[in-house]
Ligand binder design. Structure first.
Ligand SMILES: [Zn+2]
Length: 253
């Protein structure tokens, strides 16, 4: 009874105060709802960004992403490994020694690649002997984006001729580099296509960058041995390998 009476007796000031309080409660509720909404939107955006990042990483790394080779610092650095050297002459055919053929081709290749804006690191520039370990270490500390090692082939069957490109196992970029080199080398030199193969040579297996070992021709084949000692033929081979390397590089935007 007393209570009802008091209600009736509510002064206009009291009524205003209560209405004001009610309005504030409603606003606080609205703010709370808005905050919750923003939190949900934030969580959705965050989740979308994480999903996007995962998809990006999967396409880039897990599936191998790009087959082309990117440069680490803007300029492509290419390591060239002329096989053999010094007392290690490699295979020979008459006066022609593998160590000289590989050095000649790499020297020509160096000029061609540099004219395309690449930086070239030669693992040996003269007739000096290098161990396999020294070559691998030198390549790994060179900062090179890719490596190409040059050798000649040899077969008991003197009728066999042609070029073969061996790539690093489980490296999509190395396999692509080998395909590009093999293709352009065959086109430029006219030699027969020995295809691309997975190679387990230390210079491709133990180096950290995409790498390919090219057997440019058989010294066991008389005709090919003669060609490989010829300056023009060496030029064609170098031109093919240079083209293959350039094609395997990631184009800058
Ligand atoms: Zn060799």
């Amino acid at each position: 009874m007393e209570h009802n009476e008091r209600k009736k007796e509510m002064s206009p000031a009291e009524r205003r105060r209560r209405m004001e309080a009610k309005r504030r409660r409603q606003e606080a509720l609205k703010r709370k709802k808005r905050k919750r909404m923003m939190l949900i939107i934030g969580m959705i955006l965050g989740a979308l960004m994480i999903v996007g990042l995962i998809v990006f990483l999967i396409t880039k790394f897990v599936s191998g992403g790009s087959k082309t080779i990117a440069s680490k610092n803007g300029t492509f650095v290419i390591a060239l490994d002329p096989g053999h050297g010094g007392e290690d002459v490699g295979m020979t055919a008459g006066e022609t020694a593998e160590k000289q053929v590989t050095l000649d081709i790499c020297a020509k290749l160096k000029v061609m690649l540099e004219s395309q804006g690449c930086q070239v690191v030669m693992l040996r520039e003269d007739d000096s002997r290098m161990s396999k370990e020294e070559r691998v270490q030198s390549a790994n500390t060179s900062g090179a984006d890719l490596l190409v090692s040059i050798h000649c082939g040899y077969s008991e069957d003197t009728g066999v001729s042609g070029a073969i490109s061996h790539y690093k196992k489980d490296s999509k970029q190395s396999a692509y580099l080998a395909e590009m080199i093999e293709d352009a080398l065959v086109k430029e030199s006219g030699t027969s296509d020995g295809g691309v193969k997975e190679g387990d040579y230390s210079i491709v297996s133990n180096t950290e960058m995409p790498s390919v070992l090219v057997e440019v021709g058989y010294l066991s084949n008389d005709g090919e041995a003669q060609s490989m000692a010829d300056d023009n033929y060496q030029n064609d081979i170098a031109k093919g390998i240079a083209k293959g390397i350039i094609m395997s590089l990631e184009k800058s935007e």
